[in-house]
Design a protein. Sequence first.
Length: 190
Amino acid sequence: MNYRAAFWFPIGLLVTLAGLSLWLQYAVQAPHNGGTYNRKHIADYIVENFHATRTDVSGQPENTLIARKAEHFLDNDTTQLELPDFTAFDKQNGAVNIKSAHGSVSSKGDIIIFTGNVVLVRDLHDAQGPLTLTTQYLKAIPKQHLMLTDRPVRVQGKKIDIHAGALQLNSQTRELLLTHHVKAHYEPIH
């Protein structure tokens, strides 16, 4: 019987297992980078048929956000949306509705970014009637009643058709600021 092989085989096996365990530990854990962990951009939860409503202190809805799918990402604490549909309610100035192909909500929920075939409809309770805004990118800050874009935008309404390179809309004050190569066709409303 070969006693050397019987002696070294278990020791070799233990060294191999220890090496594999050490390799597995480093393969599973994220490497340290300046004291913070490097995390992958992986959804920690997914919600199908997402629906959220924000209310004021009296319980009346301020706005709603609906999406076919919402995916939350832990690494940057954002939520990605598929087919988002956002509506901000205002009894005096009418509702503002925004739809797009994709969207994202910031970590604090105070900024919503809409991308891909963005359509904003501002329903006014006056002679102007509704305004429709179309673009490929729109940033909404609901608490400030602001909608912003630095991309080409088209605004259409009753007897109005405007093209611009950028836009800022305040739905509460009803101010519309258009900049960058503005072209407008406007007919007075009688």
